[in-house]
Design a protein around this ligand. Structure first.
Ligand SMILES: [Fe+2]
Length: 245
């Protein structure tokens, strides 16, 4: 199992998710989802390393699922997103408006898949490293205020995740406009920002079948019940505190 790397949580963070090719500007905005450098070239996405072994989340999520999910599914989003960006660059250079518009769907789907999975890996942590430990400090208090209790929030996210038709994501988000927490769902690979520019993802749970089927078959509620055992609330708390500072 070679993917246990020296990377810290920060190494999975934003800048590592993209790498420049050609002569991309080092000053480009490399936030997740930005995609293009500011000048002279194209910044493409790259598959981030996981900060834990594939089997480290067992028994909640099997190593086989994690390996396929990361190496095949996330990699496919990265590859297809980069291909779409290259075609977009060519279409823009040619002034081909039809091609530019036609590429928007592929960019949204594959770019969204890359954004969402890059967050998802950071939302998980092995039990022996603190996975599943309830949130403390300000996020914990805010969950109690906004939802009644952590258990009530979990029930709400599980219910909305189980009820989501087809494939998609269920999110715990910070609404920076209303300054409160909210639960949202997105279809397919739509990233949370498609539900509102003020929404910041604290925790996203992948409810695509590829995230659970090999272990849980068609019983999505069992997957949702068990994933809380490996949720990294410390990461969600850090994002919350940064965004509310
Ligand atoms: Fe996925």
């Amino acid at each position: 199992m070679a993917l246990r790397t020296l990377f810290t949580k920060k190494s999975l963070a934003l800048a590592s998710a993209f790498r420049p090719i050609a002569v991309a500007s080092a000053a480009g905005d490399l936030r997740l989802g930005s995609g293009l450098s500011q000048a002279r070239g194209l910044t493409v996405a790259a598959l981030p390393d996981l900060p834990y072994d594939y089997g480290a989340l067992e028994p909640a999520i099997s190593g086989e699922i994690m390996r396929l999910h990361h190496q095949k599914h996330h990699q496919a989003y990265v590859t297809n997103y980069n291909n779409a960006l290259e075609r977009l660059e060519a279409a823009i250079a040619k002034g081909d408006a039809t091609a530019v518009v036609r590429l928007q769907s592929a960019i949204k789907f594959n770019g969204g898949g890359h954004i969402n999975h890059s967050i998802f890996w950071k939302n998980l942590k092995p039990v022996n490293e603190g996975g599943g430990e309830p949130p403390h400090s300000s996020l914990g208090w805010t969950i109690d205020t906004d939802f009644g209790s952590l258990e009530a929030l979990v029930q709400k996210m599980n219910a909305e995740g189980a009820a989501l038709q087809g494939s998609g994501w269920v999110w715990l988000a910070l609404d920076k406009g209303f300054k409160k927490l909210t639960v949202e769902t997105t279809a397919n690979q739509d990233p949370l920002v498609t539900k509102g520019a003020n929404l910041v993802p604290l925790l996203g749970i992948d409810v695509w079948e590829h995230a659970y089927y090999l272990q849980y078959k068609n019983v999505r509620p069992d997957y949702l019940k068990n994933i809380w055992k490996v949720i990294d609330w410390k990461y969600a708390s850090e994002v919350y505190e940064k965004e509310t500072a």
